[in-house]
Design a protein around this ligand. Structure first.
Ligand SMILES: [Fe+2]
Length: 387
């Protein structure tokens, strides 16, 4: 397969075995001592060993940091910074899913700054406090197709004291190079292929539904959903299908490129619940998706009509899209309710209050009040769609 070079929104190298270019990419980016940030589940894999070896053979001394969880915390960012400074590293190579890429970008931003991590929370002009020249370059090799963090300028990090997820932002956190190699994703088990793929769908879908004006993002989002409709079921049942895996990696970067237009209540609730219950972000979005769509139903008539035509769904309009999503979730063995994930009813008011304030909430098609968030949460717990 031919390797393709894309420059939107950052430089992207796409294709089977594209990761074999890593050492030369490091050199092009003036990285002499890369710190690998590797998903703990991947550190012993042949693919990681080969990549680290390829750098060492190319005279690029490197070490590996993998002391972090699925929802990386502020403390884990601090450990990573200590590792970066101790090894005198000058760049970061992230290998893994969203957690690896997010923590890698956060370490790259903060390691050489004077201020601590939370000073760069995505609030107002906080990012201008950073000395942009001190931010380390990041090369991202996603091993899941979901978050699209590899083409994003922010990281989601859990603040354990506040029990919430906080967004860290700087324009220069955007990886300087992304390598989309489907070979790195073939080992992803079906349940994670499903959950991460549904995260990619939620990005494209929420971006598409968001009312702000951004025709480019909207065009990317609708095509991203078409790719997911075609290729997520294939990647789920046939993980070794490199064509489907490639298309899902692309759809994932498209979702993240599109959601500069806005996200919505799926992510507002998923951020809140992820911070409290330490649940998989993509899985939460997948469960929440139909309930949030129903809450927004009356504001989505024209868009859902267009989407149903573009996706060539069996039935048109909102009901056609809802039917497709429910069938897709079933096909991917995604649970139907939050109760199935172990979420309980006791925090209902606090969860709604926190979700209203989540930065993603502002992109929702309509402003949902705290009571409306409570209502969506109630329905998602119980599996009822009559919102
Ligand atoms: Fe997401």
């Amino acid at each position: 397969m031919t390797l393709l070079h894309w420059h939107y929104p950052t430089e992207i190298l796409v294709g089977e075995h594209a990761s074999s270019q890593l050492a030369s990419v490091c050199k092009t980016r003036s990285i002499q001592r890369p710190l690998f940030i590797v998903d703990p589940a991947l550190t012993d894999t042949q693919a990681v060993r080969e990549l680290v070896l390829s750098c060492q053979s190319a005279d690029l001394p490197s070490s590996i940091f993998s002391e972090f969880s699925g929802n990386p915390t502020g403390e884990q960012v601090e450990y990573g910074i200590a590792c970066f400074l101790e090894g005198n590293h000058d760049g970061i190579v992230t290998l893994g899913g969203g957690s690896s890429i997010d923590i890698g970008k956060a370490i790259a931003l903060v390691a050489r700054q004077q201020q601590p991590l939370w000073q760069f929370e995505d609030v107002g002009e906080n990012w201008t406090k950073a000395d942009a020249n001190l931010i380390a370059p990041v090369i991202a090799l996603p091993t899941t197709a979901g978050t699209g963090s590899e083409v994003g300028r922010a990281s989601v990090i859990t603040d354990t004291q506040r029990q919430s997820k906080r967004i860290i932002f700087h324009p220069k956190m955007l990886p300087v190079q992304v390598i989309l190699d489907p070979v790195l994703t073939v080992e992803l088990p079906p349940h994670l292929t499903a959950a991460t793929g549904m995260d990619a769908l939620s990005h494209n879908l929420e971006a598409y539904c968001s009312p702000s004006y951004h025709p480019m993002a909207e065009a990317i989002a609708i095509e991203g959903m078409r790719l997911i409709k075609l290729y997520l079921p294939i990647a789920h049942i046939d993980g070794g299908n490199l064509h489907a895996r490639t298309q899902m990696l692309i759809a994932s970067t498209m979702g993240a490129a599109a959601f500069q237009k806005g996200l919505g209540a799926m992510h507002a609730l998923a951020h809140t619940l992820g911070g409290r219950y330490n649940l998989h972000h993509g899985l939460l979005n997948a469960v929440l998706m139909p309930y949030v769509l129903c809450a927004n139903r009356h504001y989505l008539h024209e868009k859902m009509l267009r989407l149903s035509h573009y996706l060539e769904l069996e039935n048109e309009g909102f009901d056609g899209v809802l039917e497709w999503i429910l069938a897709l979730r079933k096909q991917l063995h995604i649970p139907h309710t939050l109760s199935d994930l172990g979420v309980n009813v006791q925090d209902q008011k606090a969860i709604a209050a926190q979700s209203v304030l989540d930065p993603a909430a502002s992109g929702n098609p309509i402003h949902l009040s705290q009571e409306q968030y409570e209502n969506v949460f109630y329905h998602a717990l119980n599996g009822t769609l009559d919102l």
